[in-house]
Design a protein. Structure first.
Length: 163
C-alpha cells in the first residue's frame, strides 16, 4: 500500500485540528466514522492551561471566536478524513469504518483503524459517541441522562464478559 499519500494526509489532518483549536494544547483525540454515503468527525483537546478536555463543537461558543471560521475548519477536517478513507479505496484496500487518532504537543502520534461493522453491537451513532467518551476520556454521561448512564453500565458489563 502506498503510505506516502497517507502520511501527507495525517500531517494535513493534524494541521487542520491545530488550526481549529484556538489555544495552546497538550493533546487531542479525534474520532471519525466514514462510509460511502456519510461521515462524522469530532475531537476533544486538552488545553495546556486546563485539565478538562474541550469538545470540538464547543469551540465556536468560546469568546472572540469566529463561528464561521470554526465551522469551515471542521468541515475541511471532515473532508480530509474523507480523503484518507478514499486513499484506502484507491490503493485497493478495505476502507476503514472508524478511526481513532491522537496527537500530543511533543509529536507523539497514534492512529487506530477499525473495520468492524459499526452497527453489529446494536449501538447507534450517539451511543457510540457516549461509549467513546467513556473509553477514551473517562467521561460519563450526565447523571440526568438516565439512558446514557444505563448504556455505559450495559457496555461495561458486556466489556467485562469479553475479557
Amino acid at each position: 500500500m502506498n503510505t506516502e499519500g497517507m502520511e501527507v494526509l495525517y500531517q494535513e489532518i493534524a494541521n487542520q485540528v491545530n488550526n481549529v483549536i484556538p489555544e495552546d494544547w497538550s493533546r487531542f483525540l479525534l474520532y471519525s466514522e466514514m462510509d460511502q454515503y456519510r461521515g462524522a468527525t469530532f475531537f476533544y483537546y486538552y488545553p495546556v492551561e486546563g485539565k478538562d478536555p474541550i469538545y470540538s463543537l464547543d469551540i465556536e461558543d468560546m469568546e472572540h471566536i469566529d463561528m464561521d471560521e470554526v465551522q469551515n475548519g471542521l468541515s475541511n477536517l471532515n473532508g480530509l478524513l474523507r480523503d484518507l478513507w478514499n486513499e484506502f479505496i484507491e490503493n485497493k484496500q478495505e476502507p476503514w469504518k472508524s478511526l481513532n487518532l491522537s496527537l500530543d504537543s511533543e509529536g507523539k502520534f497514534n492512529i487506530q483503524y477499525s473495520y468492524d461493522d459499526l452497527e453489529k453491537d446494536g449501538y447507534d451513532y450517539i451511543e457510540r459517541v457516549k461509549i467513546w467518551k467513556y473509553e477514551k476520556l473517562d467521561i460519563l454521561p450526565n447523571i440526568k441522562d438516565v439512558s446514557g448512564c444505563k448504556l455505559i453500565e450495559k457496555y461495561k458489563k458486556e466489556a467485562s464478559k469479553k475479557k
